[in-house]
Write a protein that binds this ligand. Structure first.
Ligand SMILES: [Fe+2]
Length: 272
């Protein structure tokens, strides 16, 4: 991950009081690191908080007056570094407990699991499937979508009618890097369940702009047609040896591109 040292937090997409914000850092994909602010009448919810290089005292100026006097809640789509790395800016962070070990690997000795505290100040709170954040005039629901990690979830905002998918679903790649991995059928079920909610657009955790609902079905279809024989090697520095990329389309620049990347050493677990 390369930090772009000139990066500041800025809004890349807005709808009905929901703001996609680009943070510092780049991830393979290619993709940026993003978080999302949802502004209610009484409270605000920040979903994800970047890799830890951003100054959350310095929100985009157009958002500051909207947030004034309102409690700011922070929750994460999962426990990876590029989604919880900025947690120290906040009093607490809601994360599904299945991902606590990832929070641990992000913060190391700074995270006291027993006390549930990062750096002695940020409380790690157990996010539950179906948990609702009532922000005043709108509510946001956490929806478990295990796949990318066991504790991955999406957030549905009922005012903007947008689904926030974190890394459970990005435009180009869904990478299951948990070992043992979540079975593919569980992953597909979780994503298919998202379609029971009314939304036309979803925002992934690494793209500034939203994508169409239709892409969810395409990803589910791809997962259900998984065939290791048709998944070429995926080589990238720092990755294990036997990573494969099952995909449709030619590559990231192709609008048709959709892919799932798996570790073929754990094939049996994926196919359970
Ligand atoms: Fe992730």
């Amino acid at each position: 991950m390369n930090k772009d040292c000139e990066q500041v937090l800025f809004v890349t997409f807005a709808k009905d009081g929901l703001y996609q914000i680009q943070c510092s850092g780049l991830v393979p994909g290619p993709g940026h690191v993003c978080c999302t602010l949802i502004v209610g009448q009484e409270k605000c919810l920040l979903v994800d908080n970047g890799i830890g290089d951003d100054d959350f005292d310095d929100f985009p100026p157009e958002l500051v007056p909207l947030m004034a006097g309102k409690e700011l809640i922070c929750a994460a789509t999962h426990g990876h570094l590029d989604h919880v790395g900025g947690s120290k800016w906040f009093d607490s962070i809601w994360v599904m407990p299945q991902d606590n070990h990832l929070v641990k690997s992000t913060f190391g000795s700074e995270y006291d699991e027993k006390a549930g505290l990062i750096a002695g100040k940020t409380r790690v709170l157990p996010l539950e499937d179906g948990q609702i954040f009532d922000l005043g005039g709108r509510s946001v629901r956490a929806i478990a979508t295990p796949g990318h990690t066991w504790g991955s979830c999406c957030f549905y905002d009922d005012r903007a009618e947008i689904m926030l998918t974190g890394d459970a679903l990005n435009r180009h790649v869904m990478y299951q890097c948990e070992m043992p991995p979540v079975p593919l059928r569980v992953c597909a079920q979780g994503l298919e369940n998202l379609l029971t909610y009314p939304f036309d657009l979803f925002l992934g955790g690494h793209h500034g702009e939203p994508f169409a609902r239709e892409f969810v079905s395409r990803m589910v279809k791809l997962i259900r047609s998984f065939d290791i024989e048709k998944a070429p090697p995926y080589k990238r520095e720092g990755m294990p040896e036997n990573i494969r990329n099952f995909h449709v389309g030619r590559g990231y620049g192709d609008p048709e591109y959709v892919s799932i990347i798996v570790n073929a050493d754990y094939l049996e677990d994926y196919l359970k």
